[in-house]
Design a protein around this ligand. Structure first.
Ligand code: NIG
Ligand code: FE
Length: 394
């Protein structure tokens, strides 16, 4: 097992939340990685003899270190792109969930090899931008065969795999499909084929996709097969999805764009993480979610990319952080913490997202003196180095 001392770190963001033991930010810091774990973090002046004896020394030159980003929501298994749809939206067209069916057609026509190559390319793109943990969903297959092979592809690029057969009701051969028959498929033969590949089950609870009773049915069937639930809800308008997620005690509910006071109270009471996906509002021109309102109410907040070819084709957590600071009312510290620790919470993970002894050694060295530069210098590639499980990968 090799060890690494990263010293002369101008500023280190730990990922700790206010009220937790230990500082959120350490200036003039050092960090020691031992094998795949963090062994020590603290002021560089306090580094112990053991820390100084590390096999490899890295001089950060006064630059900042943050935890590796934890992107808890993405759809990386697909073929084709929808740039024309995006261009039309920028000219005034509305976003419609039905666009999902365009990607479904392209995905069904693609080979496993092509789908895997696409997912790998996006995971590599994410890594170069500091993402060290990513969740990946199915949802562009919508047949037993195409959902199962989408999940088999996802499982080759991550451990955090989510079955999203309930994305939209696919068209039948002669027009719109029958929603009830499709839900029966999702919780029956499709679940049988998909459950072995997945850790999570998800549904798109929204007008034009699945209603709250259908979402409840899907989540219950998944739970009976050992899949933990998460939900897409309140993305395109108000609705009961967020309250369902809270009632069921789900780990996370994602989008949370249109919330009323009862939704916010339910999130605060349940501890369900509200995952905000501002790349979606950038690309759909819907209003941005109000992170400030959630944080002030005591809701736990995560940021994720929702990387997908329709509503948010960004793989960049730094871009999401910049949007969160500019448009969602988050401070830079809140936004970066939501993109690291928040994502870990949204995946029920206590081994990533925070830089403290015992956690997996996933960290990002920034070409900047502080984490605020991720928002202050939007669009600039500030990721100078990435370690995952103690290994330098970028
Ligand atoms: O998370 N909300 C539903 N699903 C995706 C969009 C998928 C698409 O437009 O292709 C999302 O935004
Ligand atoms: Fe999504």
């Amino acid at each position: 097992m090799s060890s690494t001392l990263v010293t002369n770190v101008g500023e280190l963001l730990t990922g700790r939340l206010p009220g937790e033991d230990g500082p959120a930010v350490i200036t003039d810091a050092a960090i020691v990685l031992d094998g795949d774990r963090v062994a020590w973090v603290g002021p560089a002046a306090a580094a112990t003899g053991a820390a100084r004896a590390a096999d490899t020394h890295v001089d950060a030159g006064g630059r900042a270190v943050v935890p590796g980003f934890v992107d808890s929501h993405s759809h990386l298994v697909f073929a084709g792109d929808r740039a024309a749809e995006f261009t039309a939206r920028m000219a005034g067209e509305a976003y419609a969930a039905g666009g999902i069916r365009t990607t479904v057609a392209a995905t069904r026509a693609a080979t496993d090899e092509l789908l895997l190559a696409g997912a790998r390319r996006l995971v590599a793109e994410m890594l170069r931008q500091g993402t060290t943990t990513v969740e990946v969903k199915s949802g562009y297959g919508l047949t037993v065969r195409d959902e199962a092979r989408s999940l088999a592809v996802a499982a080759q690029v991550t451990d955090e795999v989510t079955y999203l057969g309930a994305h939209v009701v696919p068209d039948g051969p002669d027009g719109p499909g029958d929603p009830d028959a499709y839900v029966d498929l999702v919780v029956g033969p499709m679940l049988d084929a998909c459950a072995p590949h997945a850790r999570w089950i998800d549904a798109f609870c929204e007008t034009g996709a699945f209603d709250v009773d259908q979402a409840r049915t899907v989540l219950a069937a998944g739970a009976a097969r050992g899949l933990r639930g998460r939900l897409h809800a309140n993305q395109l308008g108000p609705g009961p999805g967020v309250r369902l997620a809270c009632e069921l005690g789900l780990v996370a509910v994602d989008h949370c764009t249109y919330l009323d006071d009862a939704d916010v109270a339910a999130l605060a009471d349940s501890g369900t993480v509200a995952t905000l996906l501002p790349g979606v509002e950038f690309s759909t021109r819907h209003p941005y979610p109000d992170a400030r309102r959630l944080l002030d109410a005591g809701v736990r907040v995560a940021l994720a990319s929702d990387c997908n070819p329709g509503s948010s084709f960004t793989s960049s957590m730094p871009f999401c952080v910049a949007l969160a600071v500019r448009e969602l009312g988050m401070t830079p510290t809140e936004a970066v913490t939501a993109a690291t620790r928040g994502g870990a919470d949204a995946l029920g993970r206590d081994d990533v997202g925070v830089l403290e002894p015992g956690r997996r050694a996933d960290l990002v060295l920034l070409d900047a003196p502080g984490h605020a530069h991720l928002a202050y210098r939007p669009g600039v590639p500030l990721v100078a180095g990435v370690w995952r499980a103690g290994r330098p990968l970028v």
